[in-house]
Ligand binder design. Structure first.
Ligand SMILES: C[S@@+](CC[C@H](N)C(=O)[O-])C[C@H]1O[C@@H](n2cnc3c(N)ncnc32)[C@H](O)[C@@H]1O
Length: 255
């Protein structure tokens, strides 16, 4: 049985080259945020730093700190964007973040569902925000997704056993009280559908291989086979390869 408690299975270079869909979704969120040019921003679960650096462009007189639990991701971020003047990266677990009243805004894009102790991470982010500071989380909602469905298949259920380290979504009903317990106000939580259209089977498989090995703990060859199984279900009636997913958008403010 595979141990899913490993936090650093991310292949950062592969993720960088095959995460355009995550990048596009992240960019759509950033376009809706009204950054002030001198904000101090925290990016929680920054990964290989592409979106962190896009945020940096929106705050030319401010700065952004990207944190990530994965040393692989932080190494890749520093290699690619370490010379951007208003960006820095640190290998920090959000559940151990220790900052007080430092940031005008915290953003977390497609990372929160990977965090094991999400209530603790929210408390730390709340403490790290300045009074009046804003939070935006884009994450997976609770519910069915092709990975869980494929895992339920007898072929895979004996090979992969989800544990708490496996990604864990939230619903508007489950995350709202967690935010309220921290003290957040002006809470707005909703789910949105996002449709990803892939040019061909390879593009879909490449995207899945960016995160499925991490999510399942399967070695490369098994992960490839698992991904092939998932993609069987992803063909739309038009012949396009389409993955319709949902995202949870969480906005809140520290009073
Ligand atoms: C799918 S990547 C998202 C990267 C980037 N934000 C993006 O949208 O492309 C998820 C990231 O969350 C990070 N992560 C998971 N648990 C974390 C934790 N407890 N603290 C900080 N980062 C964490 C992972 O290491 C990974 O780099």
């Amino acid at each position: 049985m595979i141990n899913l408690k490993i936090t650093d299975r991310w292949n950062a270079e592969y993720y960088k080259n095959h995460s355009d869909k995550q990048f596009q979704l992240g960019m759509s969120v950033l376009k809706s945020v009204h950054f002030r040019v001198n904000e101090i921003v925290l990016d929680v679960g920054c990964g290989e730093g592409r979106l962190t650096t896009e945020i940096a462009r929106c705050i030319p007189d401010g700065k952004i700190l990207g944190i990530d639990i994965s040393a692989n991701m932080i190494r890749e971020a520093q290699k690619s964007f370490g010379d951007v003047p208003n960006v820095s990266f640190e290998c920090v677990d959000a559940t151990k973040l220790d900052a007080k009243n430092k940031f005008d805004r915290a953003i977390s894009l497609e990372a929160f569902h990977w965090i094991e102790d999400q209530p603790k991470a929210l408390k730390n982010i709340y403490a790290a925000l300045k009074p009046g500071g804003h939070l935006y989380i884009l994450m997976l909602p609770l519910g069915k997704n092709p990975i869980f469905e494929a895992m339920e298949n007898a072929k895979w259920s004996s090979e992969i056993q989800p544990s708490k380290a496996f990604f864990q979504g939230q619903s508007p009903e489950t995350i709202r009280p967690l935010l309220e317990q921290c003290g957040f106000v002006n809470i707005d939580v909703h789910t949105e559908a996002n449709k990803r259209v892939f040019k061909n089977q390879k593009e879909l498989c490449d995207w899945l291989m960016g995160w499925v090995p991490h999510a399942t703990g399967l070695p490369e060859d098994k992960a490839q086979e698992f991904v092939q199984d998932i993609t069987q279900a992803a063909r739309s009636c038009t012949g396009d390869l389409v993955s319709v997913g949902y995202s949870l958008h969480v906005k809140a403010q520290k009073p």
